[in-house]
Design a protein around this ligand. Sequence first.
Ligand SMILES: Cc1ncc(COP(=O)(O)O)c(C=O)c1O
Length: 424
Amino acid sequence: MELNPRDIVPEFWYNIIPDLPRPLPPPRDPPGADFSRIDLLRDIMPQEVLRQQFTVERFVKIPEEVRDRYLNIGRPTPLLRARKLEEKLRTPARIYFKYEGATPTGSHKINAAIPQAYYAQAEGISAVTTETGAGQWGTAVALAASMFGLKSSVFMVRVSYEQKPMRKTIMNLYGADVYASPTNFTEAGKRALSRDPNHPGSLGIAMSEAVEYALKQRWKYLVGSVLDVVLLYQSVIGLETSTQLEAVGEEPDVLIGCVGGGSNFGGFAFPFLGHGTKARLIAVGPAEVPKFSSGKYEYDYPDEAGLLPMIKMLTLGREYVPPPIYAGGLRYHGVAPSLSLLMQEGRVEWREYEEPEIFEAAKLFSETQGIVPAPESAHAVKAVVDEAMRAKRDGERRTIAFNLSGHGLLDLSNYESMMKRFKS
Ligand SMILES: Cc1ncc(COP(=O)(O)O)c(C=O)c1O
């Protein structure tokens, strides 16, 4: 059945919160706090975004202006069948991928940037800040800000800033100012630099810098992952996928996505839970940042400096400095609260893979499907390959759907290094 784009892009975002198997522990201020982090959210977030962060409604209306922008950037993104990969693996499994790399900024991140920039502009705000790891979120904010006539400043984790100079160029082209974090113009940045003048940076530190800067400048801070509201905005991915799969008469048996803070995974997989799916859900992360296997489920800060409210999540601790792996967007200490809860409940399985395995999976996908996945997304690809081989062993025609969260065309220098290091 041929579908019109307007029939696929949803009119409502899906919110997992009321459908969780038990109530989500709420964000809270630390005991004996010197100031209220929850009050601080009111200062740094657009009001409507903050309201939606705490909503318990199952569906939230997507404003027409936002839906128009989604259509404008090419949503719905394609749902493709990875036939050549299936053939290469000689698997009976049918593999589908949602290709978020087809957006202008090359990843899913734009889905959450557009509504936040829209609400900021609607509330009379003139400028926004954010942090970025691999550069994907920063690029999305830079574009969304320029769409709505806002100025933007992006704190980019230093290792990525150095590894991916072209990301900075794109952000500059969209009109954003980009700084290598840690910088010396925030207290959080200065503290990190005093510990190590060559600090590689981390998403947690860059987040603290962006929040502090927003406060100082009286701008708004746009949040790229982890918080419930970001997973809400990203639900557009899973809602579209569900309609697209239905149109080809498929129901997924396995749903797979990679996890940095959890936004593409949650956005992709949670709407299926809302439909009561029986599919297995598999979250994938790097073995080098072992938050699934070694993280504790406890209240922790999402940012390194502890400016944001504490949230209950799987965490390696806010001061954990992840090693400089190529998948910069997965270098984060925590997992979104709703996803953490579902992992605790055993509803979501996890896998952790090492870089050489990720590289092999990325190469296989590139060779067979012609799309170079972002190193972050290559984590999902590796789990897909394993699941396809498992279906082969079991002799079952399972339907595996995964989110290819971004392309890797701006990660080619990373791939070149990987090719030298991991060549078998
Ligand atoms: C392509 C891509 N995939 C995945 C992620 C991980 O983030 P999240 O878990 O919020 O989707 C990132 C983060 O920058 C990314 O750039």
